[in-house]
Design a protein around this ligand. Structure first.
Ligand SMILES: *[C@@H]1O[C@H](CO)[C@@H](O)[C@H](O)[C@H]1NC(C)=O
Length: 352
């Protein structure tokens, strides 16, 4: 009685088998079947290979969040050359929190306004890159990934006597509060004043003003490789002595996380305005270079990502399974390949 139930269960299980069985004749190895298998196998290998490249590829993910860090100081990095002698001009920062920010971090260096040939070449490359960046935003992703370092040729312009150097390179960094402010370069050294500050400019004649300038570098925060700042390379030449250049800068805190670098820095966007100061024709103002900056309260997080391994494996399985099912699911691949490669024992006399 017990034996019978056992047998019954066995047949029941056998009948439950939902997978159709292939008749023996189909499983026979044939050369044409082998060719199909070989093609399928090659195809699979190609797809798997391509899939691997997709897996290796990375992309940038942009996220936005509110910047909650208001206490820290912001580093302002500058490198500007103005076509005026150093003793005539002064640079400083006014911000909303303090009336004046100490600008001791800046160095004044007499230089020539004209660049040496190799410096000019670098400058043109930079301008070209800026041009491309405006058209093609995805270029920034590539730059982020490559972590390209800006290595401008040395800034020493010539060994002329200081007297013949009529331009001034102002470079260095300042720490400013994380509030809106105004960095400017005007005539005269600034002196602190109870209600703001004044530029002492009595000794310079208006006709000798020349606010033609070149911004080699202007950035906020930590300098990170691969980030080209929008103002880098800007060159403005004017033939009017009284000229006002204004840059309105919006700073966006940026957290960069790529496989090469991870840094907290700031990007910015800028709009420019310039005009000739002519009090007679109603265009009032102070000649100089003014950079008004404001800080965005939104922070951008840029993260480099790639496909997780499990996803890659799932896709790989999809390829293998998909090709098997389209070329005929019951082909036992190894036997066909075996037929093709080792079917003729005479080809390998030593092996049989
Ligand atoms: C200022 O200097 C630049 C470069 O040396 C020159 O091209 C320009 O004509 C000068 N402008 C004035 C107003 O002197």
């Amino acid at each position: 009685m017990r034996r019978l139930t056992k047998k019954k269960t066995l047949t029941l299980v056998k009948e439950l088998d939902a997978f159709p069985k292939v008749p023996e004749s189909y499983v026979e190895s044939t050369a044409s079947g082998g060719t199909v298998s070989l093609i399928a196998f090659t195809f699979m290998a190609i797809l798997a290979f391509l899939e691997f490249f997709v897996y290796r590829n990375t992309w940038m993910k942009y996220e936005y969040e509110v910047d909650k860090d208001f206490s820290s100081k912001l580093r302002l990095n500058v490198d500007i050359t103005v076509a005026m002698r150093c003793q005539y001009i002064g640079a400083d920062v006014l911000d909303l929190a303090e009336t004046m920010v100490a600008s001791d971090g800046l160095k004044y260096e007499p230089v020539n306004f004209e660049l040496l040939p190799e410096q000019r070449l670098w400058h043109l490359t930079l301008l070209h890159m800026q041009e491309r960046l405006k058209v093609e935003h995805s270029l920034q992703d590539v730059l982020f990934k490559s972590a390209m370092k800006e290595v401008p040729p040395s800034q020493s312009r010539s060994e002329d006597t200081p007297n013949s150097l009529t331009a001034c390179r102002i470079h260095g960094h300042l720490f400013v509060n994380k509030v809106a402010g105004n960095f400017h370069i005007t005539v005269g050294k600034s002196i602190p004043h109870p209600r703001g500050h004044a530029h002492l400019a009595a000794l310079v004649s208006h006709d000798s003003f020349n606010f033609s300038h070149r911004i080699d570098h202007l950035s906020f925060g930590e300098a990170i490789p691969g980030l080209i700042n929008p103002l880098d390379g800007t060159e403005k030449v004017t033939t009017e002595p009284n000229h006002m250049f204004q840059y309105f800068i919006t700073i966006v805190p940026t957290k960069l996380n790529t496989y090469k670098v991870s840094a907290e820095t700031h990007q910015y966007s800028v709009t420019e305005r310039e005009r000739v100061i002519n009090h007679a024709s109603g265009s009032h103002g102070v000649s100089g270079i003014f950079m008004k900056y404001d800080i965005s309260s939104l922070m951008v997080k840029v993260t480099e990502q790639h496909m997780p391994l499990w996803q890659f494996l799932v896709r790989l399985c999809g390829i293998v399974g998909g090709i098997f099912s389209t070329t005929g699911s019951d082909i036992p691949l190894h036997s066909h390949l075996g037929q093709l490669f080792w079917g003729n024992p005479k080809a390998f006399p030593g092996q049989t």
